[in-house]
Design a binder for this molecule. Structure first.
Ligand SMILES: [Zn+2]
Length: 397
């Protein structure tokens, strides 16, 4: 019996072996705080939380770091639209983000790193990249990463530099772009008028960091040059995580992250969520429709994190009913707490060890509630044990 996790890097389910015995360094790409998180974003944080809970359940000490991107193209643009300073603007959404985490019973990360607090670390990395010839300065004072200098560029997303169209060779200042537009990307963006009062005076000149270098600097500062697991949504694979690997490994010459784990997209009514389609939901929207945030959590567990899910109001209402059934069933077990049932625990571990098969693990909850042979006190102990991973907050009932 061993924990197996799907690694995006190898495209295989691999046995999990931590770098240090019983210790795990875990980094989750956190929010860019320019608006409320939508339920697709929240899927990524629930996935990271479930993974962390299961690693702890399996006996690992986990150091969990999550970044908060409080300076990038979007935060600058939106703060200007609202006529607010960057700090005032992002503070509001940071607070909203933490409220969502609480409502979802997500265990706090050990460390939250704000990008604006790590500018020196970013500058240091960029200086090393220039020194080693992986990055170059342009006439406006910006610094770009030269993707053709990195022989391994593309290894995470399966992107082949040879496929790059000749006319695509160039430079991109934007933080976000797609594979079709893979080009040298900005590590440091020289100040221009559009940035307003957002800039830092550094040895690289007056400007601000690109989005990708932020995560390399923060993760390596807190977890070391090589660490165990990096998580995020599939939309982060390219370019963000590809670029994180390129920057970090070209600086250190070491493997940056051993296991890359990504949760799939959440669709709404079969479509990508968008405000213009009217299928855009935040946690507040669900609450207003009478849905407990934990029902959203439960609903996500009915599919594997690595498969696409389709959110509809009908299915989430079904999950709400299921959550209420679970709570009622749990309360009906009474006050006493017995011992954890070994057979159920063995099955729970077997399912979760198989790349976190929450759907099968969750089915045990209903089996336990229906079981006529197990005593109420042992049922309760077993459910509470599993809830360390599920996080439905049964211990608070
Ligand atoms: Zn990131």
């Amino acid at each position: 019996m061993a924990l197996k996790l799907f690694n995006t890097l190898s495209r295989e389910k691999e046995e999990f072996k931590s770098i240090k015995d019983r210790e795990v360094g875990l980094y989750t790409c956190g929010p860019t705080v320019y608006s409320y998180a939508h339920i697709g974003n929240l899927r990524a944080y629930i996935f990271g939380d479930m993974l962390k809970r299961y690693l702890k359940y399996s006996g690992y000490n986990v150091k969990h770091v999550m970044n908060i991107t409080d300076v990038d193209d979007k935060t600058i643009r939106e703060s200007q639209n609202e006529n607010k300073s960057l700090v005032d603007f992002t503070s509001f959404y940071i607070e909203a983000f933490f409220k969502d985490l609480d409502l979802l019973n997500i265990v706090k990360a050990d460390i939250y790193t704000k990008a604006t607090s790590f500018i020196n670390e970013m500058v240091k990395l960029i200086e090393i990249l220039i020194e080693k010839g992986f990055a170059y300065k342009t006439t406006d004072g910006s610094v770009y990463f030269d993707i053709h200098k990195d022989k391994e560029y593309g290894k995470l997303s399966g992107f082949d530099l040879k496929d790059l169209k000749e006319n695509a060779l160039g430079r991109l200042k934007n933080d976000e772009y797609d594979k079709e537009n893979a080009q040298d990307f900005a590590l440091w963006k020289a100040w221009d008028e559009k940035d307003g009062d957002v800039f830092w005076e550094t040895s690289l000149g007056k400007g601000r960091p690109g989005w990708h270098i932020e995560c390399s600097a923060m993760s390596m500062k807190e977890l070391g040059e090589s660490f165990d697991i990096h998580t995020g949504g599939v939309d982060n694979i390219f370019p963000h995580h590809e670029n994180e690997i390129a920057q970090s490994e070209c600086v250190t010459g070491k493997e940056f992250v051993k296991y890359w784990m990504h949760n799939e997209h959440l669709l709404v009514d079969g479509k990508k969520m968008s405000k213009s389609l009217g299928n855009f939901y935040t946690l507040k929207d669900l609450i207003e429709k009478g849905i407990d945030p934990l029902a959203f959590r439960l609903w996500l567990y009915t599919s594997n994190y690595s498969t696409k899910v389709n959110f509809t109001l009908e299915t989430i209402k079904g999950a709400q009913v299921a959550l209420e059934r679970l709570k009622k069933g749990y309360i009906a077990l009474g006050d006493g707490i017995g011992i954890v049932d070994v057979n159920y625990k063995t099955r729970f571990v077997e399912y979760m060890d198989d790349n976190l098969n929450t759907a099968r693990a969750l089915s045990l909850v209903w089996e336990i509630l229906k079981n006529k042979e197990l005593s109420p006190t042992d049922k309760k102990a077993t459910l509470l044990d599993f809830d360390k991973v599920f996080g439905f907050g049964l211990d608070k009932i």
